[in-house]
Design a binder for this molecule. Sequence first.
Ligand SMILES: Nc1nc2c(ncn2[C@@H]2O[C@H](COP(=O)(O)OP(=O)(O)OP(=O)(O)O)[C@@H](O)[C@H]2O)c(=O)[nH]1
Ligand SMILES: [K+]
Ligand SMILES: [Mg+2]
Length: 392
Amino acid sequence: MGIIEKIKEIEAEMARTQKNKATEYHLGQLKAKIAKLRTQLLEPPKGSSGAGDGFEVTKFGHGRVALIGFPSVGKSTLLTMLTGTHSEAASYEFTTLTCIPGIIHYNDTKIQLLDLPGIIEGASEGKGRGRQVIAVSKSSDIVLMVLDASKSEGHRQILTKELEAVGLRLNKRPPQIYFKKKKTGGISFNSTLSLTHVDEKLCYQILHEYKIHNAEVLFREDATVDDLIDVIEGNRKYMKCIYVYNKIDVIGIDDVDKLARQPNSVVISCNLKLNLDRLLAKMWEAMGLVRVYTKPQGQQPDFSDPVVLSADRGGCTVEDFCNHIHRNLIKDVKYVLVWGISARHYPQHCGLGHVLQDEDVVQIVKKKREESSIEDIRTSAAWHYATTNLEL
Ligand SMILES: Nc1nc2c(ncn2[C@@H]2O[C@H](COP(=O)(O)OP(=O)(O)OP(=O)(O)O)[C@@H](O)[C@H]2O)c(=O)[nH]1
Ligand SMILES: [K+]
Ligand SMILES: [Mg+2]
């Protein structure tokens, strides 16, 4: 029996099983079995370089955004409108057959937008080009889930399920569960609050399913079995997702209003060029990019070419900023002067650990030559040798 059939069989057994206190341990075990099979399914087949075969596009710019959706919801039309790169659009399904990159210029930054083939129910199991599409979306910073506003709301749930099946978690943060495998000592199970979904026995059973017999588990929130499995699997990707309802030109204003009020959602019409600016603003916000402008001493800041940092990619401290400019800069930096939201007063003298915010201005104050050469001596091997020998 193949992996997909095994998953189907367990899902059928779960559907047959009544949900109550007596079956909760058994259901938990079945969930863990499915999670393990899905992880197996994600392993690239032997001889291939990965699930994204044929779809890889070189990363470009300050961030990457993937367009995910059912066929013919308007993904390619949207890419063409936002980037100026043409991607074929037509009224038939599966017009797009590969990954097409475009660039959005926004707030002095460049964002790579990827148009992808439509995906359908069963994509996570390899239907259509589902596996490749999903591999590409995992490589991006955020996902725009494009939906047809005139179609059933069920589409959003189906797509979310498909993405969850391959370990993507949309608009969620990692569960607050500390988990560490050990070599010996058995299983220690603790929680900082009373739990309503998982007890010690259930946790043991799940760990047993994973053949883990020594581990430390600490629940810091009232997490579920699914959360626990996510933490044990350890390969989940937590991503922001914006639900983009396109084609609002073909539905009534009351329906538009309802869709627009949902969290993380934007309503647009590519045909009427409606609300695209709002979509860009939301996308920008979700990416959490931090633009930092450098100010040479005695001159105006350079507002044309920011250093772009991100908490998810590399961090936003003064140190990250310096490393961005030059790999060897850090050892010459004495302190920096900061103007902007992150500063308490202008300018604030800050050290390397200071966390910068969007649109801050930074002036680097370097060590004098003598200071940095003393520093060089201190960190040199000869100095280390001399001082350690002195201590002896
Ligand atoms: N009414 C309306 N139609 C739209 C809108 N945006 C796109 N369309 C139409 O929807 C159809 C599908 O558009 P595509 O851009 O090819 O959709 P897609 O999601 O890229 O489709 P696949 O590549 O096949 O998955 C085309 O006929 C578009 O003209 C819109 O805002 N309103
Ligand atoms: K199409
Ligand atoms: Mg397309």
